[in-house]
Write a protein that binds this ligand. Structure first.
Ligand SMILES: C[S@@+](CC[C@H](N)C(=O)[O-])C[C@H]1O[C@@H](n2cnc3c(N)ncnc32)[C@H](O)[C@@H]1O
Ligand code: SF4
Length: 386
């Protein structure tokens, strides 16, 4: 059973946009700077944007905060503390708020974990990516497998809740190799693992190598076998997939990510952050300036870095609900789709997808994508939304 749905879940995403180096597969909003970053100036800008955003959406109770990146574990603990203080000053915060910080597993960063805990972080998510050194090198990572496992141990000593990420479907990875790596990961992961299939993102160095035939990703059948192994090994060890790439013990799901997938509201703070705010009954899709220094100047001049603020119409809102909700094992309630869009999902399409084994329908009507349907999720969503 997935974590209880909170009736008034509201999340805050805070983006720290800097990394020590750029990994060749990554297209997140992350930047490398050789000059020292003025953290105090950024901290003041974060506080300012938090104040402005809270003024637009004041009556919320914050149930989760996620400091993502980039590499938030490059921030000093006092910078993290000042961001959390600003959130507490401008919003009501639930006593059991989940506060996650994304960390890279290098030894330097792990030394800050105690400081983050004192600042109010109560969960870390570590980007381990692989558990063998050759793969880590190929992924352009700056840490070894040993260093990553040491960081996991430090996370375990500091936080009751932690998770780590692995990337699979890497070049030359076989299902047997992956099963072994995953079993080792599970012995180290207490309650939660994020397992992402490597995607070749446009305009990354990996995309260029891939196009030149110098980086070979597994063919479709191998990718499918790797996906199936992921589900089998995790299921056998009690780490069920509650979302297409996220596995947890019952009750240990990341509450912040559930906010996104369940279509709840959240604020996005920092360069290139996205938010979804319900203002006067209308959902706003909000995005901020991506370039860190431009964002900083905008916030200093105007109090916020927002460059896009779109009011979603009922169709767009319903499509987003479908796209996000069907990623979850708990699926979606078609009645909510109908309430949002003003039209019911086509029963003929539902029947066909069911026959094909891509979805199931619960006795109460809830739709869920099956293990066979998840690898073709985009097609399933497009079919239902058509
Ligand atoms: C915001 S990113 C990075 C967090 C942190 N900076 C790190 O690298 O450890 C979150 C996760 O997305 C995953 N990721 C990033 N790019 C990916 C790609 N091209 N394919 C699959 N997973 C990817 C990685 O597992 C990564 O840990
Ligand atoms: S994967 Fe993480 S460390 Fe690497 S560039 Fe992306 S955000 Fe930075």
């Amino acid at each position: 059973m997935t974590a209880e749905k909170s009736p008034d879940a509201f999340g805050i995403y805070v983006h720290w946009p800097f990394c020590l180096s750029k990994c060749p597969y990554c297209d997140f909003n992350s930047h490398v700077r050789h000059a020292t970053i003025d953290e105090d100036r950024f901290a003041r800008a974060f506080a300012r944007e938090i104040e402005t955003t809270a003024a637009r959406a004041p009556d919320r109770r914050v149930t989760s905060i996620f400091l993502g990146g980039g590499t938030p574990s490059l921030m000093r603990p006092q910078t993290v503390g000042s961001i959390l203080d600003a959130i507490g000053k401008h919003w009501r915060v639930a006593p059991d708020v989940e506060v996650t910080l994304e960390a890279n597993p290098t030894s330097v960063e792990a030394t800050r974990f105690g400081g983050y805990r004192s600042a109010g972080v109560n969960r870390v998510s570590l980007g381990v990516q692989a558990l063998d050194d050759a793969s880590l090198k190929a992924l352009g990572r700056l840490h070894s497998a040993r260093e990553a496992l040491d960081a996991v141990a430090i996370a375990r000593n500091n936080f009751e809740r932690y998770s780590f990420d692995l990337i699979y479907a890497r070049p030359d990875q076989t299902p047997d190799m992956w099963a072994g790596e995953l079993k080792l990961a599970i012995t180290e992961a207490a309650e939660h693992l994020s397992l992402y299939q490597l995607t070749i993102e446009p305009e990354t160095p990996f995309a260029a190598l891939h196009a030149a035939g110098r980086l070979k990703t597994p063919d479709e059948a191998t990718a499918r076998a790797l996906y199936d192994v992921t589900q089998e090994v995790c299921d056998a060890h009690g780490l069920r997939a509650y979302e297409i790439s996220n596995h947890a013990r019952a009750g240990a799901e990341c509450r912040h990510n559930l906010v996104y997938w369940r279509g709840e509201g959240y604020a996005g703070i920092g360069p290139g952050a996205h938010g979804r705010l319900d203002i006067d009954g209308t959902r706003h899709a909000i995005a901020t300036e991506k370039r860190p220094e431009t964002w900083l100047m905008r916030v200093e001049a105007t109090g916020h870095g927002v460059i896009t603020d779109d009011e979603l119409n009922s169709e767009e809102r319903a499509d987003e609900f479908l796209l996000m909700g069907l990623r979850l094992a708990e699926g979606i309630d078609p009645a909510r789709y109908a309430a949002l869009s003003g039209r019911v999902l086509d029963p003929k399409r539902i029947a066909l997808l069911r026959e094909e084994g891509a979805i199931t329908v619960d006795p109460d009507g809830r739709l869920r994508v099956t293990q066979a349907g998840f690898p073709v999720l985009d097609a399933v969503v497009a079919d239902l939304a058509a």
